[in-house]
Write a protein of this length. Structure first.
Length: 153
């Protein structure tokens, strides 16, 4: 298995297989996994995990990566290959189901938040813009605005 570690200009680090490309300005990544450093808070020991880099790529099609976004590329071998295989298997088994669940949960939460905000807005008798104008305008200007139909531009 040919695996590569790719570091991007935005700081992302990817372990991936590649697909040959006729376009010399792009890489085509197969099953890219993002490398993340994790620090155990209790022991201070650092470990790495590999997680799905493009979690919503359900078709598992090759991902195009512009070479201009790449800082470095190096071949990976040894134990990292076995770790990649195990991580990829885990991602394939659980990420699609987990991503769908997270999306559903986030959508439910967002809808609930929006409903609460709308309800609060409807129940509120205080308009924050009224308070802003009342605090910022002198009494004479405020009287002229509230007592006439004059339009200011």
């Amino acid at each position: 298995m040919n695996l590569f570690h790719i570091k991007l200009t935005n700081g992302d680090e990817i372990i991936t297989q590649t697909q040959p490309s006729r376009d010399d300005k792009k890489y085509f990544l197969l099953n890219p996994l993002e490398l993340q450093d994790v620090i155990d808070k209790d022991t201070g020991i650092t470990a790495i995990i590999l997680q799905d880099y493009v979690p919503f790529n359900n078709s598992k099609a090759a991902i195009e990566l512009n070479k201009a976004q790449v800082i470095s590329v190096c071949k990976v071998d040894g134990e990292m290959i076995e770790y990649y295989k195990a991580s990829l298997e885990f991602v394939m088994l659980f990420s699609a189901r987990e991503a769908g669940s997270k999306i559903k949960h986030a959508t439910t939460h967002l809808n609930k938040y929006i409903k609460e905000q709308v309800q609060q807005s409807l129940n509120s008798s205080d308009d924050p813009f009224d308070q802003l104008f009342e605090e910022d305008l002198d009494e004479e200007t405020l009287d002229s605005l509230t007592s006439s139909n004059t339009t200011f531009h």
